[in-house]
Design a protein around this ligand. Structure first.
Ligand SMILES: [Zn+2]
Length: 102
């Protein structure tokens, strides 16, 4: 049986919370409370990423843990990213350099 995930549009409180954390709120929605219990202000929901339905707090904790426990993975991931987005990155760097030079 496929468990259907609850999905609700964010309320105003959640939107300002995400703005404060500089998170793009259009990429998030309310979902059922995650297994770690990151409930958003007694709303009965966790804030989750649309893309993979992960709770944003769990995702953040995961990233932090990875940085501490497996710094080499981060490097490997960046390398992979770099090679698949090489043009884009170089383009951005060039543009930034041009802007810096006026
Ligand atoms: Zn969570």
């Amino acid at each position: 049986m496929v468990r259907k995930l609850v999905e609700r549009t964010l309320n105003q409180a959640a939107i300002s919370y995400l703005n404060e954390r500089q998170v793009d709120n259009t990429k998030c929605c309310f979902g059922s409370i995650c297994h770690r219990g990151h409930e958003f202000q007694q709303s009965g929901y966790s804030i989750r990423w649309y893309s993979n339905r992960t709770c944003i707090d769990c995702a953040a904790e995961h990233v932090l843990r990875e940085q501490v426990e497996h710094p080499e993975r981060q490097k490997a991931r960046y390398k992979k990213y770099y090679y698949s987005h090489r043009e884009e990155i170089l383009d951005r760097q060039n543009r930034r350099r041009r802007e810096a030079n006026g």
